[in-house]
Ligand binder design. Structure first.
Ligand SMILES: CC(C)(COP(=O)(O)OP(=O)(O)OC[C@H]1O[C@@H](n2cnc3c(N)ncnc32)[C@H](O)[C@@H]1OP(=O)(O)O)[C@@H](O)C(=O)NCCC(=O)NCCS
Length: 282
């Protein structure tokens, strides 16, 4: 029997399939790290076989902010096929269906994150963009000056307002509030005066990594130092200009690709301003 293509509103089924497929440790769930795929604004394409969800691809769209204005892009994630059904072309089929819908919607690029470059390459995805990665211990500032009182813990309204006001990367919208606050495995640290914050870790893929920062650069350095004392191998990822503003020197860092990406039209240029922070990457 051929599995049936569906668009499911039953997010719990997707969490179950993807949690199992990615081999999450017992008691942990995929949606704790990626609650966006359980939210209302996404499309969940699935294949059903004998009443069971056996394969899934998630699609959402986002406004990519650049100096030339906003470009609509698609973000793909929660790609998984149940172990018993792998190698039968199900993910490829769902990705092709996702691409058909994305192309019809006029998004200029589709972006995704994954180490299966060959698999995604067959669907037209290639490595694109730049992000920088540094060990916090390579901060070009004497650590002796960075001692501070313990920071505040947790995501709060002031941080959320700052995320909403960002002018680069994928724009956060008021409707994103629930899924952003729902992350279980992201640790937010902040100071209120002067205001600054960092977000640290998100599940397996951003372990020991700072992936969001905002506010006063000197305060951010103190927050980074606080994390470094807890975890000497802690890292930070971001854009070159943001990280230089925080006191990192590019000679100490690693330049890497931002994501796997597929253009709507073959040959359409990648805009080097495109940026996706860890929270929006899925
Ligand atoms: C990766 C995954 C989604 C592939 O699902 P699938 O339904 O088995 O994929 P398909 O049958 O469509 O495979 C398409 C092709 O990619 C290849 N492929 C599949 N998984 C691959 C992997 N992990 N690495 C490299 N190639 C892979 C297949 O061999 C096949 O090649 P072919 O066309 O030459 O025969 C599935 O293995 C899975 O759920 N893995 C765990 C979760 C995961 O890693 N998700 C993706 C990361 S975001």
């Amino acid at each position: 029997m051929t599995p049936e293509l569906i668009e499911t509103s039953r997010a719990g089924l997707v969490d179950e399939l993807v949690t199992r497929s990615f081999g999450y440790p017992s008691g942990r769930r995929f949606f704790e790290d990626f609650p966006v795929w359980g939210s209302g604004g996404v499309t969940r394409l699935g294949l059903i076989d004998q009443g069971k969800l056996i394969s899934h691809v998630g699609i959402r769209t986002g406004d990519m902010q650049t100096s030339r204005g906003i470009e609509r892009v698609a973000l793909i994630g929660a790609v998984a096929t149940d172990e018993k059904h792998r190698g039968r072309g199900f993910s490829s089929f769902l990705l092709q269906e996702a691409m058909r819908r994305i192309d019809a919607s006029g998004c200029t690029w589709s972006l995704l994150w994954g180490s299966e470059h060959e698999f995604y390459g067959k669907q037209g995805f290639r490595l694109e963009g730049t992000q920088w990665r540094f060990l916090i211990s390579d901060l070009s500032i004497p650590v002796s000056g960075l001692q501070s009182n313990p920071p505040l813990e947790g995501l709060n309204e002031k941080i959320w307002s700052d995320l909403l006001a960002r002018k680069s990367g994928i724009r956060f919208l008021a409707g994103d509030r629930d899924w952003v606050f729902a992350h279980r495995s992201v640790r937010w640290l902040s100071f209120s005066n002067p205001f600054c914050y960092v977000a640290y870790e998100r599940g397996m893929d951003l372990k020991h990594i700072v992936h969001e920062t905002g506010g006063d650069p000197a305060g951010i350095q103190k927050l980074l130092y606080y994390l470094y004392l807890e975890c000497p191998i802690a890292q930070i990822i971001g854009t070159q200009s943001d990280l230089e503003r925080m006191g990192f020197k590019t000679a100490d860092g690693y330049r890497e690709n931002l994501c796997l990406a597929r253009p709507l039209k073959k040959g359409s240029p990648w805009n080097p301003e495109f940026w996706v922070s860890g929270l929006s990457a899925c």
